[in-house]
Ligand binder design. Sequence first.
Ligand SMILES: [Zn+2]
Length: 483
Amino acid sequence: MKKENASPKEMNPAGGSASNVEKKENSRLLRRLMLVGAAAALVFISIGGTIFYLSKTGKLQKVKSHLSSSSSSSRELGERSSSGKKGEFYISSKDEDSKSGGKIAVKKQPVSEKNTDDDEPFINPYALGEDFDVDDPDFTDPEDEIDPDDYDLKDFDPDDFDPEDFNDPDTEMPEKMPKDKGGKKGTGYSLPDGQGNYDLTEYTIILDPGHGGRDTGCVFPFNAPEYNECDFTLRIAKRIKSQLEARGATVHMTRTDNSWVSLYNRLAQTHLICLDIAEKEGKLPFSKARANELRTLLQTSIDINEDTVASGGMGIMVGSGVGDDLNDLFEMEYKLDKVLFLSVHLNSSESRTLHGNSIFYVTDESVIESERRQRRENSEFQRSDFPIRDEYYGRHGEDNELLACCLYDNIVGNIPEFETNATPVNADNYAVLREHGLTGCLIETAFLSDDNDRAMLQRDDTIDSIAVSVSDSVKMYFIQKGI
Ligand SMILES: [Zn+2]
């Protein structure tokens, strides 16, 4: 049978003299072999060059460390390394296991998605990114051990992760927390540890030291006073002022010495400060002429410096509800969200059973409920020259409550002895909180009638702690508000 289709080799199995066709075939085969060899050499040179570059730049150890403990292909590389120059280009999977405890080392860093393949251990995408620091940890240094306990993703929930959080310098701060109206210690409104280096430059605080002059406030002992509330409140407020100013805040005081300043004088001062701020910041909701008209009316209250209806000292603030002049000021002050009002007082309990810190604030409801009661019981409300207006709704009661919680938690957090057995935070009706539109609170620092509280209040370190706590509260309030 003619083997026409047989291969040349078969036709010349002994390798004897070949035909021209056979020579051409052999030549073609040789060229192919040379091409394959050249390609293989190129591949070999490329791989070798890459390995050399990586080893020189120190990146290879890191690349290998992740690969070797994560997949079968990387483990093959590790095994190959053990038969080559171990530790120079590759580290074996055994070596890697000894450093990472056999677990993939993942830094506690933000991740964009969770690995769902159990066979494919999760590799932190940031670990090999541009920001990756090859020196931390240094896998070539046996002394630089990785502690697997430092790396933990088991509690990580990708749904809780917001990449924007990591661009925020305040990222360690807690997110807005659910409110606990009890205002108890540790309810989440105290400034976290390690957040002491903050700045209050943007903010203005109006500090109101309670009482003064002919009004001593509460006293102790009741029958033969040795201690007057007005002295403590001035001392505490001055210390708070220093602390806030050290943080860069702008601070105004409604009194700076032991003189009598009526409540409506304090309120008129507050409105005047707010008019100045609003005008300076271009936030006046009315004309400058109207602002000056209001200034004149407010100055009257300051000049009269009395709290009775008959004296006229209550000025535009007299009466229940809110008149047109006061309403204009409220609207302006609601927009001054970086200004706070803080009144400083001491508490007193005739039975001497109560102790600790309490914070008071106003809401529409707390004011309206009080006004309804006073219309029945208070003779001032029954005077013919006392305006009875519609009940006013519009106060920022929730902001006031938030500030109250911040104050209580920070004060009691720093001074545990001031944890109260009275009500920690209370919505009520105080003139100095009711007659303006600023977020504000009245701080009943502690009970002058309580022996332990009184002893604490005479200590410089307590006054310092109160000042720091109030400053921290201000910061925490603005963190919570996001402003
Ligand atoms: Zn008081």
